[in-house]
Design a protein around this ligand. Structure first.
Ligand code: SF4
Length: 174
C-alpha cells in the first residue's frame, strides 16, 4: 500500500527527520559558534504553516498540555513560547528546526544566493568560510515541503485549501 494512503503525514514526517539529520550534521560542523540554549528565543515569532504541517502537528499535539496557554500580549510572539521555552518542541514546524544555523536561500529576485546567520551565534566569521557543504539549503527543503503539501491538500476536504494557503500556527489552539 502507498505510504501516503497508510498515513497521510508520512512524507511530512520523513522530511522532518531528514531536516533533523541535516541540522545535526551542521550543528557538529558549527559547534564552536552555536550558543543556542533554553532561554534564547530570538528566532521565535508567530508563524503560519502549510496545511500538511498544521494537521501533522495537530495529530501529534496533546491538547491537554497546551489548552491552558495564554495568548501573548504581543501578537508577533509565538503562542507556544512560554517562559522562553517551546511547549511543542518535539513537534515544532520545520522552519523552527533550522534556528541558529547558517541558512542558504535564493534571493526573492532569483538572481543570487543569500546567507542568513544568527547574530548571536556567528559573531565573528568570514563569508568565504561558507559553502554548500556547511550551510542549510532552505530552497531544497522548502521545495520538498511545497510538493508534499500540494499532494496532501489535493486529497483533503474537497480542495478546501489552495497551494499557497497557510494557516497561522496559533490556530492549533482554537
Ligand atoms: S513553535 Fe516553538 S520553536 Fe517555533 S516559533 Fe513557536 S516557540 Fe519557537
Amino acid at each position: 500500500m502507498n505510504s501516503m494512503l497508510k498515513h497521510p503525514f508520512s512524507p511530512y514526517y520523513k522530511l522532518r527527520n531528514d531536516i533533523d539529520s541535516m541540522c545535526k550534521t551542521l550543528e557538529n560542523i558549527h559547534d564552536r559558534h552555536l550558543n543556542c540554549k533554553i532561554g534564547c528565543d530570538l528566532c521565535c515569532m508567530a508563524i503560519s504553516v502549510f496545511p500538511v504541517e498544521f494537521y501533522a502537528i495537530e495529530a501529534e499535539l496533546n491538547q491537554d498540555s497546551v489548552r491552558h496557554l495564554q495568548a501573548p500580549k504581543d501578537d508577533s510572539q509565538c503562542r507556544f513560547l512560554v517562559s522562553h521555552r517551546c511547549t511543542i518542541y518535539d513537534s515544532r514546524p520545520v522552519i523552527c528546526r533550522t534556528h541558529g544555523l547558517p541558512l542558504l536561500y535564493m534571493s526573492l529576485e532569483n538572481d543570487e544566493y543569500e546567507l542568513s546567520l544568527c547574530e548571536l551565534n556567528f559573531t565573528k566569521f568570514d563569508f568565504e568560510d561558507f559553502d554548500e557543504e556547511n550551510t542549510f539549503p532552505m530552497d531544497q527543503f522548502n521545495s520538498r515541503l511545497y510538493l508534499i503539501n500540494k499532494k496532501f491538500i489535493a486529497g483533503f476536504e474537497n480542495g478546501r485549501y489552495n497551494e499557497q494557503e497557510r494557516i497561522p500556527l496559533a490556530e492549533l489552539l482554537k
